[in-house]
Design a protein around this ligand. Structure first.
Ligand code: SER
Length: 589
């Protein structure tokens, strides 16, 4: 079975059960200050889980691009990945436990033909915030699952979300596939982590909101949020022991073999896997329509870590100059049909990889010498935080690289101390990436909704003053301020800044009511709306109109009237990355 066949079978199954297909959202979250990347299919759907209406309806299905770097150190084993594709289906206040579990069961056993006796499930054991989920257990039983394959666990195992500090969450029921490996002992079960049972699907019953005080209150509606790991299921369907053995990776592995003249075998396996995974992730980040460039902050820093780590493993295998870009070509060719943005952004992806290779290539050799010197003289088998930080600061060594070098020689690194120095350093420029990556979803308060409205007005004003060549490249909103990135290749003059600010304030003073209309992408285009147009024909979107000033495709939520914004002030205009400027602004409303 190919990835394409698996994706099609999933999407079609849920379409037959009344779901509308939506396209994968960007890997870079919109308007969300607290997560750097989309880590699950539910992220772009948070407003709808909280009660906004979705233009495609109350039953949705998709295949979402996701990136998680929490387990980056595990990459290299059989199944850990940073970038992955999550198949998901949602009920936005529509069906609940019975339909969700019944559909999952039918999809796995009937559509995919997985023998039912290879499947175990887990359900929430109950605590002070929610009752024991006997309802889900009973549904599983009614479908023929014996009690010994239904396991009850607590919050650690059977509760999902919020993705950050606050947001929608709820108990879940997880579905595990028995790989057929021998049990690790008498108590071998889905929670033991020995690898016999692999988690393939998570059905979350999102019915609570966790607030900043840690209390759980019922949401307006009961939702279902599920996620099925495409790469993992592909592995199972093809009887592969590792995701790297599937067609998702075969061409990448072959390209590394060709370029390095080495073989993918036990000895080189880890290096191959890290390089293949990290480059695949990097291509998807760089190839996103909201592409970021390697840098020392936020998404750019994660990207830089991925690229540099891949580069280091490739250079250990004596890959020639330009190897990363050549492997990227293979990745784009393999994934481009399903993700046309990769083709669209091909030139950018290749140029950025070449540039980063050049920048880091020079520093690597010198840095390696320095690292070895530090390790030689390290006391007590541990490299000091200051030295790890110097390697980062002077030679661009990501922490993982220093840790690996030290570990290879039987040393450890004061990683905690490094994180502190790193955070202090980041604080000087911006809040720390590592911290933020652990953070939560944006709140959806009135303050952020108003700032979100302000970004639409700002976007329109920028295009008026600087021309139609200006496009939004990113947006990040906290309750205190907005930050807006846009394509423009020089510093704005003070007059231009003043004029943009004035235009936004004129739109606010006009006290225009804000309307939201649902239409197809084609209709939105015709109506003159701006925004990211998806590639899917006929997809329904929301278009927000703010008086005669702004018409933009967007998920919301927004203020009801521009007057709510009070007044608008630009605090800063600065460079963000090559060809991209950044504005920080506040409102008083
Ligand atoms: N949000 C849940 C997860 O990421 C289900 O999609 O596992």
């Amino acid at each position: 079975m190919t990835a394409q066949e698996l994706r099609d079978s999933y999407i079609n199954f849920f379409k037959q059960h009344g779901h509308s297909e939506i396209v994968s959202a960007s890997l870079i979250p919109e308007n969300d200050p607290t997560v750097l990347f989309t880590t699950a299919g539910m992220h772009p759907l948070v407003p709808y889980l909280l009660g906004e209406t979705h233009p495609a309806g109350r039953r949705l299905v998709d295949c979402q691009k996701c990136l998680r770097t929490g387990d980056i150190d595990e990459v290299g084993d059989a199944n850990h990945l940073t970038f992955f594709q999550m198949l998901g289906n949602w009920s936005l206040g529509d069906y609940f436990k019975r339909e969700s579990i019944t559909m999952s069961h039918a999809y796995l056993t009937e559509a995919l033909g997985i023998p039912q006796d290879r499947i175990s499930v887990t359900v929430f054991a109950g605590d002070e915030s929610a009752p024991r989920d006997e309802e889900s257990a009973d549904i599983w039983k009614s479908l023929g699952y014996p009690a010994e394959r239904i396991h009850y666990y607590g919050k650690n195992e059977n509760w999902w979300g919020p993705a950050g500090v606050t947001g929608p969450c709820g108990p879940d029921t997880e579905i595990f596939y028995d790989t057929g490996k021998p049990a690790c002992g008498e108590h071998c079960d889905p929670s033991c982590g020995c690898g016999k049972h692999v988690e393939i699907w998570n059905n979350v019953f999102m019915q609570y909101f966790k607030d900043a005080e840690g209390s759980f209150t019922p949401l307006k509606q009961k939702n279902v949020d599920t996620g099925l790991g495409l790469e993992r299921v592909l592995c199972i369907m093809n009887g592969q022991p590792s995701v790297y053995g599937t067609e998702q990776f075969a061409p990448i592995i072959a390209a590394i073999e060709r370029l390095t003249g080495t073989k993918y075998e036990a000895q080189t396996q880890r290096a191959y896997r890290v390089a293949a995974d990290h480059l695949r992730s990097s291509v998807f980040i760089l190839g996103d329509d909201k592409a970021v460039s390697p840098s020392n902050v936020d998404q750019g820093y994660i990207l830089r870590r991925l690229i540099r780590r891949a580069y280091r493993y490739l250079s250990q295998m004596h890959a020639p100059a330009g190897a990363m870009a050549q492997i990227a070509e293979v990745i784009i060719a393999h994934y481009g049909a399903d993700y046309p943005e990769l083709e669209r952004n091909r030139a950018f992806v290749l140029a950025q990889l070449r540039h980063e290779e050049e920048a880091f290539g020079k520093a690597l050799e010198q840095g390696l010498r320095m690292a070895n010197k530090y390790i030689d003289r390290a006391q007590s088998g541990r490299l000091a935080a200051e030295e790890a930080f110097r390697l980062y600061d002077t030679y661009g060594f990501p922490l993982e690289l220093t840790v690996e070098l030290a570990n290879e020689r039987g040393f450890s690194v004061d990683a905690e101390g490094f994180e502190k120095l790193f955070a202090a350093h980041q604080e000087k420029s911006r809040a720390g990436a590592a911290q933020k990556f652990k953070g939560g979803l944006a709140d959806h308060s009135d303050a952020t909704a108003k700032l979100h409205t302000a970004t639409h007005l700002l976007n329109a004003a920028l295009r008026k003053v600087l021309g139609d060549g200006v496009f939004q490249r990113g947006s990040n909103i906290t309750p205190e301020r907005l930050r807006f990135d846009f394509s423009f290749d020089r510093k704005m003059t003070p007059e231009e800044i003043a004029e943009v600010q004035r235009l936004v304030n004129v739109s606010i003073a006009a006290a225009a009511a804000i309307h939201c209309d649902e239409m197809t992408v084609e209709e939105a285009k015709e109506s003159g709306a701006i925004g990211v147009f998806t590639d899917k024909y006929g997809e329904r979107v929301k278009v927000y109109t703010m008086g005669g000033f702004s018409k933009e495709i967007c998920g919301g939520p927004h203020a009801a009237n521009t007057a709510e914004l009070g007044s608008f002030k630009i605090q800063k205009e600065e460079a963000s990355s090559a060809g991209v400027r950044r504005i920080k602004a506040v409102i008083t409303g």
